[in-house]
Design a protein around this ligand. Structure first.
Ligand code: ADP
Ligand code: MG
Length: 507
């Protein structure tokens, strides 16, 4: 390995490298920066492995970082308003219903839940807006200057937003590595060394716990006769390998000066078995370990499951319906969940769409973060997309289905792909202009080893909100995640093995 310096990193010797990796490994084991290997699970042990991380923090322009954080309350406002406009949301997503089972299930459950007589007027949400820097066709070898790269949105997530705890841990790890001097190789200049002051802090876990605590408080005292206490219920997927991203929020709630009671319940059968609805739609939780005791009335349902179509078999459907019918505060509501479909993001790029929800100056700030997006239908915009495809101008575009969670986009041979699917299925896809991020150098450690190379980064910004009808009770920027992948990898999902958690080195 050479010692030559490179933008965003500098190469250690073989020996220094081994020391660095050993430091990182120890830090990750000690701080739960881990994923579970479920196959190895027995009653008394389970193997786990460190989540993928970058060895060094990766440079990112401070001005764009601040801009993304400052913009989050405006994005929160937008998506609170979208969830409150059922008619607009239905029109934006109705074409998905015949072809996307998840959209069909969510709208179906929403319709059935309307039969409930009592309704909860307060909603909570954890959002995450993901961005990359866009270079507008210029790739410069100079360090990132403000005018070169601007923030463009990759996607907006409104449901089960993950990664907050991992992102916080890795930011803490890079600060530790910086403070201890492990990056100070003999040949690195002062300027090349990351310094702790350039690494932003990340209070994700506390911010998310704080939103849930505020929602819990807003629910108030138990209303049903049977229950003496209220608690938050985290709905999680069974066979969960990503507990290190979920559990810290639970522990933070128990750790508060005034502990907030909160429990975990698995999606599906367990919801039907361990919860009941009262005649007035309070959701009661009957913890199996407290069988003989009074039930707990659920104040807030925090969803970390139910985002994949296969979860909506008969049991899954009934389980979600029970949650939706209840007067517990949902984090998020089913309409907020529906607003996560990429069709919604595309619909918001249509002329005038943002102005339906936001004042013109705020709409303009949001619009500046959009790249071109097109539907694949018979609308004027849809015909434009078809022209792009016909004229062979497709290479700087990506085709996205309305599925979540990584690994679903089409990057190559888009025309071929489109002609291979039934014409009716095409309208559930969107065509999106490709964001061209600047390149840096880094080493990314994962189960694949620690290859050095050119990398690109994505900044995710968390937003937390609580609202009653159209009134915002809480609207804050709640922290960030920063993920870096090798430049030749298209996808990004750290827990699925694409990319690593990282920290922006602000400059
Ligand atoms: P999901 O996370 O729901 O699978 P995304 O829209 O986040 O869907 O796409 C997955 C990944 O694909 C992103 O994290 C990003 O790395 C890449 N990607 C998505 N849209 C674009 C785009 N317009 N330009 C460049 N890369 C993109
Ligand atoms: Mg994504």
């Amino acid at each position: 390995m050479s010692s030559e310096s490179s933008e965003g990193g500098f190469m250690p010797s073989e020996e220094q490298m081994l020391a660095l990796l050993s430091q990182i490994q120890d830090w990750q084991i000690n701080h739960g920066s881990l994923l579970k290997n479920l196959e190895s699970q027995t009653e008394h042990s389970v193997f786990s492995y460190p989540v993928g991380v970058s060895v060094y923090p990766t440079p990112f322009p401070k001005s764009q970082f601040r801009k993304a954080m400052d913009l989050q309350p405006v994005y929160n406002e937008l998506y609170m308003a979208v969830a409150g406009d059922e008619e607009w949301l239905y029109n934006a997503t109705k074409e998905l219903i015949p072809t996307e089972p998840l959209a069909d299930a969510l709208w179906g459950i929403h319709e059935q839940s309307k039969e409930a007589e009592s309704v909860q007027e307060i909603s909570a949400a954890v959002f995450r807006s993901d961005y990359m820097l866009h270079m507008s066709g210029i790739q410069s070898s100079d360090s990132l200057a403000e005018h070169e790269a601007t923030l463009k949105q990759v996607e907006f997530n409104t449901f089960s937003c993950a990664g907050a705890a991992h992102a916080k841990r890795v930011a803490d790890m890079h600060r530790y590595m910086t403070r201890t001097g492990f990056y100070n190789f003999g040949d690195a200049t002062e300027q090349q060394r990351p310094n702790a002051a350039s690494l932003p802090r990340n209070d994700n876990i506390e911010s998310l716990a704080s939103l849930l605590a505020t929602a819990h408080k807003a629910y108030g005292a138990p209303r049903s006769k049977g229950a003496e206490q209220t608690a938050i219920l985290h709905i999680v997927q069974p066979y969960n390998f990503n507990i290190a991203d979920e559990r810290p929020i639970e522990y933070a709630l128990w750790e508060r000066e005034e502990p907030v009671h909160n429990y975990r319940l698995e999606w599906g059968e367990d919801i039907l078995q361990y919860t009941t609805l009262t005649d007035t739609n309070e959701l009661l939780f009957h913890p199996p370990w407290l069988a003989a005791h009074d039930p707990v009335e659920v104040s807030v349902v925090y969803m970390r499951a139910g985002y994949e179509a296969h979860e909506y078999d008969h049991t899954g459907w009934q389980a979600r319906l029970r949650l939706e019918k209840s007067i517990a505060i949902k984090c998020p509501s089913i309409l907020s969940h529906i607003s996560t479909f990429k069709k919604v993001q595309q619909a918001l790029t249509a002329p005038g769409a943002l102005e339906r929800f936001l004042a013109p100056d705020k709409a303009e700030l949001i619009r500046n973060t959009f790249v071109q997006q097109y539907p694949l239908d018979q609308s004027v915009e849809g015909l434009r997309a078809q022209k792009i495809i016909r004229d062979d101008r497709i290479s700087n575009h990506i085709l996205k289905p309305s599925l979540e969670g990584g690994g679903n986009n089409v990057y190559d041979d888009i025309p071929e792909f489109l002609s291979s699917i039934p014409p009716a299925a095409r309208s559930s896809y969107i065509l999106m202009e490709r964001i061209e991020p600047p390149l840096s150098r880094n080493l990314l450690v994962s189960r694949a080893g620690a290859p050095e190379g050119l990398v690109v980064s994505e900044l995710g910004v968390y937003g937390t909100c609580l609202w009653k009808k159209t009134e915002a009770l809480c609207n804050t920027c709640a922290g960030w995640s920063f993920k870096t992948k090798h430049a030749d990898v298209d996808e990004m999902s750290v827990v699925k093995g694409y990319g690593c958690f990282d920290t922006p080195l602000l400059q």
